[in-house]
Design a protein around this ligand. Sequence first.
Ligand SMILES: [Zn+2]
Length: 471
Amino acid sequence: MVTAAGSTEADVLCRDGRIAALLDPGGAAAPAGADELLDARGQLVFPGFIDPHVHSRDPGATHKETFAHSTLGALCGGITTTLEMPNAIPAVADLATFRSRRAEHEPRAWTDFGLWGLALGPDNADEIAAMFGEGAVAVKLFWGYALHRETKGLVYNFADEPPENLLLPPENGEVLELFRSVAATGGVLAAHCEDRHILAASAERLGHPIETYADLLAARPAVAEATSIAVGAQFARETGCRFHVVHMASRMGAETVRQAQALGAPVTAETCPQYLTLSAADADRLGPLIKVYPPVRDAENQQALWDALGDGTICSVGSDHAPHTVDEKNLGFGAAPAGGVGIETMAPLLVDGMLRGKVSPQRLARVLSTDTARLYGLWPRKGDIRPGADADLTLVDPQAQHTVRNERLHALNPNSTWHGAELKGAVTASVLGGRLSMRDGEPVGERHGRFVAADHARTRAAEAAAGEAAA
Ligand SMILES: [Zn+2]
């Protein structure tokens, strides 16, 4: 059993969907009277992995992906809880849409799931507290992106739309007010961090549209990420709002987060498997498959992200599963949209990293489960193997080998950046709510995922109690 606290041997007794007890390994108490026995000898048993960064494209772009496909892929890749990003169409920017999205997704969920809300700034300031009250795990600011006035879909290039259709991104003064309003809820404000003015100036300096990977790096430099992080960190210090940097991709970004944390700012960060496993050296081989925002950088940046994962600067890993059709990704480097499938390969790639010595088993338990659950107000119900917690477990065979194959993935458009990758270890089984729900990359039984409401106040209270107990 591998948890944030360490590795031990135990029998895990599950009852009515929860962990009932941890028993001496092989003791007489466990098997006696159990309806079902899962033999995990020789395996590492982690608290069920959580993917906090999922764009299922549902509703609004279900030719790219659906919630049923993404949660099935998650389950088959060892994830037991997914947190769905708010920017489907319509976006989850108000309480009514939050409730309807929950109702639409619940019957289709292969994993337990939580929902993000969208933070627009002044345009939905009144809805933020209501969404947190309904169990939103966090709110997301697509900092610097315009939004379509009607659909609330993201507009990557302002020139693509007539100005009257655009909701321009909030200016810094408005963003500071947003930090204040999220601070008042006790929730988390997460942001896409790439300063839009630096992006605009960099594109202008490039002088022509993006055609190659080198153009992409020139147009989206690391300083754009670090600058937004630095501004957000000061806003977090000023307001006490918890600020989370999603998909951090650069050494400069990691250094900025580390400095802010040293000053006591409530700043946390996420990175993604693409930034931990790919680098500029893969660009020619992958073509548009490597195109994500912020971009994948060089090997030095990749190592800095592993270091930040190891020392706790980065507390959570998410897939940023953001599928497009195969045809869309084949449009050529400049025209292809950013993003790709990743939910089913996230845990296998991180397990491979662990077995290659890049991250310890305990740290893996934290970034894929415990610390993610804490950040999003789900702990100790999720993210731990302790009596009373949901009986969600992910089993890993450290001796096995795993080859990523598109034809084995469950995405609607199985077009993986890692097709053909040969990985150490394998995710072999998942228990969700006390039921064996996945084995060897395929589901077991009917889908039974449920909506999980975040409760940040409860997580805070449990953390305080655990801290006192430890003291
Ligand atoms: Zn994303």
